[in-house]
Write a protein that binds this ligand. Sequence first.
Ligand SMILES: C[S@@+](CC[C@H](N)C(=O)[O-])C[C@H]1O[C@@H](n2cnc3c(N)ncnc32)[C@H](O)[C@@H]1O
Length: 256
Amino acid sequence: MKDSDLKINKIEDLIKKDLYKKYNVFKSKSFKFGGWSVEKDFAKFLGTLIKKFKFENIVELGSGVSTLILAKELKNKKVKIFSIDHFQGYQNKVCEELERCNFNYINFRTIKIRITYLLGKFFFFYNINKFLKREIGKIDLLIIDGPPYYYRSREAALYAFDDILSENAIIILDDANRMNQERVYIKNWQKIYGENIFVKIYEKQFKKGLAVVQFRKSKKHGTFSSIDKLKNYFFTISYIFKYLGSLFKIKFLRKI
Ligand SMILES: C[S@@+](CC[C@H](N)C(=O)[O-])C[C@H]1O[C@@H](n2cnc3c(N)ncnc32)[C@H](O)[C@@H]1O
């Protein structure tokens, strides 16, 4: 494939030429931009991206404003859309808004976060099973905006879905300006997939940063070093203790 044929380069045009800024964002009754939701710049980019490119099978991790945009832009098109979130209350809010607007053809899945072992490391990630993967089929756009930041586990998204990403699938990663999280995930992806992924990071154009990745094949090149794995085990154990500690504190406070 020539460089000029790469979808990622065409997507770069949308960003560098500011074309995405012209997109009129859907006005939501229940969600505001920022906070738990995406920023307006991300929403404009997503709307432009799915309008300009024909994606047939989209999976998003983290429901919200992005789901409303997918629904609005693709409502009369033959596109399979799965929206995954761990928090039913939040997803219900999205679902309710879609029903009011009659856009309810999104496949919502509420999936619990579990400790998942992938490529020798532990992640707190959605409990994705082979039945769901079979149902999804080949993904050509993966939007990674979940699990929320405190799980530090969006890295797992690529490892969990790489076997069902189509050749040249596009992956969008929000919040790419977080140096200790998303930037580390990107470096790890590059370690694992080597030349089978192309990555572009837009630091200045988006308030919270955005990374666009083009995936070639699900062929893995590298592995994690023992030090990487040890750090990961340490993080996992301390996270579990922190979590148990917070549960204990809540129970203790309830008693007094
Ligand atoms: C990271 S974003 C995903 C946003 C979505 N893609 C959008 O466009 O708005 C929101 C995530 O935060 C979680 N969330 C929302 N409200 C929350 C709360 N009060 N406490 C913890 N997590 C919350 C949701 O479950 C969701 O996975």
